[in-house]
Write a protein that binds this ligand. Structure first.
Ligand SMILES: CC(C)(COP(=O)(O)OP(=O)(O)OC[C@H]1O[C@@H](n2cnc3c(N)ncnc32)[C@H](O)[C@@H]1OP(=O)(O)O)[C@@H](O)C(=O)NCCC(=O)NCCS
Length: 118
């Protein structure tokens, strides 16, 4: 089963994708104050269905939503020392902040422009 929601908030909007009776989800949000950039959050796949390409497919869904909404870039946080950073790099993301203020040294902030900047 696949569920998609478009959620409207006072600060903007978000799209949620839920798969496999809640075993996997992703959310991408776009703030009205920053319509050029979409934030990927709540990317989660249950242990029983990991390493089958579900996160890759959901990230493509989220990036497509951001593109269609007119965003120029997507950004996210990835925990240091995990496979996440090299995976996002393989998908075209780059680290733009090694030590975001809110992360207490545990994550990096990464982003990806849909059209590569000169
Ligand atoms: C991160 C997470 C969503 C990945 O879900 P998944 O469905 O297993 O991922 P996929 O099968 O689509 O694999 C995505 C990529 O990561 C790699 N990967 C997945 N699990 C891995 C592991 N345990 N070790 C090394 N690489 C791994 C895959 O090889 C793949 O890379 P590729 O496309 O270049 O070949 C899942 O592990 C999870 O929910 N983790 C806990 C929450 C979390 O960390 N969320 C991310 C927040 S930024």
């Amino acid at each position: 089963m696949i569920i998609t929601h478009e959620n409207l908030w006072w600060w903007g909007k978000s799209y949620t994708l839920i798969l496999d009776n809640g075993k996997a989800m992703i959310e991408v949000s776009i703030e009205d104050e920053r319509p050029d950039a979409a934030c990927i959050q709540s990317l989660l796949v249950h242990e029983s269905v990991r390493q089958q390409g579900i996160a890759n497919a959901m990230l493509t869904f989220a990036e497509d939503k951001a593109k269609k909404a007119g965003c120029e870039q997507v950004y996210l946080c990835a925990r240091k020392g995990t496979f996440l950073i090299p995976w996002y790099e393989r998908r075209g993301y780059k680290i733009y902040d090694e030590n975001p203020e809110y992360s207490k040294g545990q994550t990096v902030a990464m982003n990806k422009y849909f059209e590569e900047k000169e």
